[in-house]
Design a protein around this ligand. Structure first.
Ligand SMILES: [Zn+2]
Length: 138
C-alpha cells in the first residue's frame, strides 16, 4: 500500500514518511501555501457573492413591488380609458345625430313630428351600424 501526498501527488511507502515530507519538503510546502491562499481567496469571493446575492434579492423584491404597482396603474388607466371611450362614443352619437336631424328639419320646415321621429330613428340605426363597423375594424 502507498500513501499519496494530496498536494504534490508524490507517493510514500508509509504514513510517517508522508508526514515528514509534508512538514519539510520545500516544493510541497510551497504548494500547500498556494492551496491555503487559494482557499482564502475562494472564501472571500464566496462572501462577496453572498453579499451580492442579498443585495440583488432586495432589488428584485423592490422591482416586483414596482411591477405590481405599475400593473395596478395600467388596469386603472384601462378602466378610465374604457369609460372615457364610452362617454366619447355617446357624445359623438348625440352630436352626429343632432346635426343630421337639424339638417333634415332645416331642409323641410313643414315636416310632421312623426316624420321627424322616424328620420331620427333611422339616423340612430345608421349611426349604431357605423360605430359597430368602426369597432370591428379596430
Ligand atoms: Zn507533497
Amino acid at each position: 500500500m502507498t500513501f499519496e501526498c494530496e498536494f504534490c501527488k508524490k507517493t510514500f511507502a508509509n504514513k510517517s514518511t508522508l508526514s515528514t515530507h509534508k512538514k519539510n519538503a520545500k516544493k510541497c510546502l510551497k504548494l500547500q501555501s498556494e492551496v491555503i491562499t487559494k482557499n482564502i481567496k475562494f472564501t472571500d469571493e464566496l462572501k462577496q457573492l453572498q453579499e451580492d446575492l442579498i443585495k440583488y434579492e432586495s432589488i428584485r423584491l423592490r422591482q416586483i413591488e414596482e411591477i405590481k404597482e405599475l400593473k395596478q396603474t395600467i388596469s386603472k388607466l384601462q378602466e378610465e380609458n374604457i369609460s372615457l371611450s364610452e362617454k366619447l362614443e355617446e357624445n359623438l352619437y348625440t352630436n352626429v345625430n343632432n346635426i343630421k336631424i337639424t339638417q333634415v328639419i332645416n331642409a323641410s320646415p313643414d315636416m310632421t313630428d312623426e316624420r321627424i321621429i322616424a328620420i331620427s330613428n333611422k339616423c340612430t340605426e345608421e349611426l349604431i351600424k357605423s360605430l359597430e363597423k368602426l369597432k370591428s375594424e379596430q
